[in-house]
Write a protein that binds this ligand. Structure first.
Ligand code: DAH
Length: 352
């Protein structure tokens, strides 16, 4: 029996090594390990082995079986590698490569970059000021007296219950107007005694409000312009906004300033642009021919004073708009739910 097993083993191993392809190897496997394979039958035959030798022979059969199985695996692996190598050798180098998937910048980032470039052309510098800020910069220094009801319009997030005796609470900026005070203080400090104050600032930052529904996201962006100098007037404000609107939306667009109220500007306006579809005649989209863009005005003397700028010598104008709104108005996008912009859903983002 032992001898017979050794013969089977040798025969199997030599056939395995000779197998030149997977199909032949499968046949060899069947011949020895299949249901009526030689080793399977030998194992079945064990009942005919005298009882005393049975354990020993049984173990031997298993050892033979194992080494045959291992040899089959090794040969199989070798044949597979050979096949791959052959395939590699026959690669057609003129085939186009596989393109890795590539993304693109977010549509809001795109709008921000475009807005920045437009203002940089006329001498504005983009700056960034804190988005987690003292109440003093975001409200008090912008001419909101303590506990003034107008503060409620900003739906502000407060981060702590502690209140600093001078600077108030720490908040998430509900608008970018805090940048006005920060920029004036910076320039005043830098210029001290050296020359005139001249500011052309564009503060673009994230802003936060306690509102979330189809037309509001809790986080959004604003771009805040501030110009301060000698003899700055409403003419400069109107010219700048007209330039921006024509550059961003198209040469055929007109603006209008509609009287409004903000604590930090006097006079204050809302800027409207004529509808891109009917050009001001009135249609289904715009109703009365005009679309609202955002707030603007002549900087209030108290705000200049809080910034360290003398309102008897200097004047300025300011504006604050949303890049998301500008982008949607320009592209004529009617996004059902504004929250989609920040959902990171690829089905949405890859459309642009
Ligand atoms: N901060 C205002 C807002 O969030 C927008 C604004 C209005 C900014 C008038 C200005 C301005 O600089 O002059 O609604």
């Amino acid at each position: 029996m032992e001898e017979q097993l050794m013969t089977i083993k040798n025969e199997a191993l030599s056939l395995i090594l000779d197998a030149g392809d997977i199909k032949t190897l499968e046949e060899v496997k069947l011949q020895f390990l299949g249901r009526s394979g030689k080793l399977t039958l030998a194992l079945k035959d064990i009942v005919n082995v005298p009882l005393l030798q049975r354990a020993e022979i049984g173990q031997l059969i298993n050892e033979v079986k194992q080494s045959v199985e291992e040899a089959i695996d090794r040969q199989g692996e070798m044949l597979k590698n050979k096949r791959l190598e052959k395939k590699r050798e026959s690669i057609d180098v003129t085939n186009p490569g596989i393109k890795p998937p590539s993304g693109h910048i977010h549509l809001v980032t795109h709008a921000i970059n475009e807005i920045t470039a437009i203002f940089e052309k006329i001498g504005f510098t983009r700056v960034r000021y804190p988005e987690v800020e003292w109440d003093w910069y975001a409200f008090t220094a912008l001419n909101f007296p303590e506990n003034h009801p107008a503060r409620d319009d900003w739906e502000t997030f407060f981060t702590t219950e502690d209140v600093d005796s001078k600077k108030g609470s720490i908040i998430l900026t509900p608008h970018t107007s805090n940048g006005q005070i920060r920029e004036m203080q910076r320039v005043v400090k830098e210029q001290k005694g050296k020359g005139d104050i001249s500011i052309r600032m564009l503060n673009i930052a994230k802003t936060y409000r306690r509102q979330s529904d189809v037309s509001h996201t809790q986080m959004f962006h604003q771009f805040e312009g501030l110009v301060v100098g000698k003899d700055i007037s409403i003419v400069h404000l109107k010219g700048t906004l007209d330039y921006f609107v024509k550059s961003f939306f198209g040469e055929n667009r007109e603006i209008r300033l509609r009287p409004y109220h903000f604590q930090f500007t006097e006079p204050s306006f809302e800027l409207d642009i004529n509808c891109g579809v009917c050009l001001g005649k009135g249609c289904k989209l715009c109703k009365a021919g005009w679309l609202e863009l955002g707030g603007a005005g002549i900087v209030h003397p108290n705000v200049l004073t809080f910034g360290g700028v003398d309102p008897k010598i200097y004047s300025g104008f300011a504006f604050g708009f949303g890049p998301e709104r500008c982008m949607m108005m320009k592209e004529g996008l009617e996004i059902d739910d504004l929250r989609l912009l920040y959902s990171n859903k690829l089905e949405f983002l890859t459309q642009f």
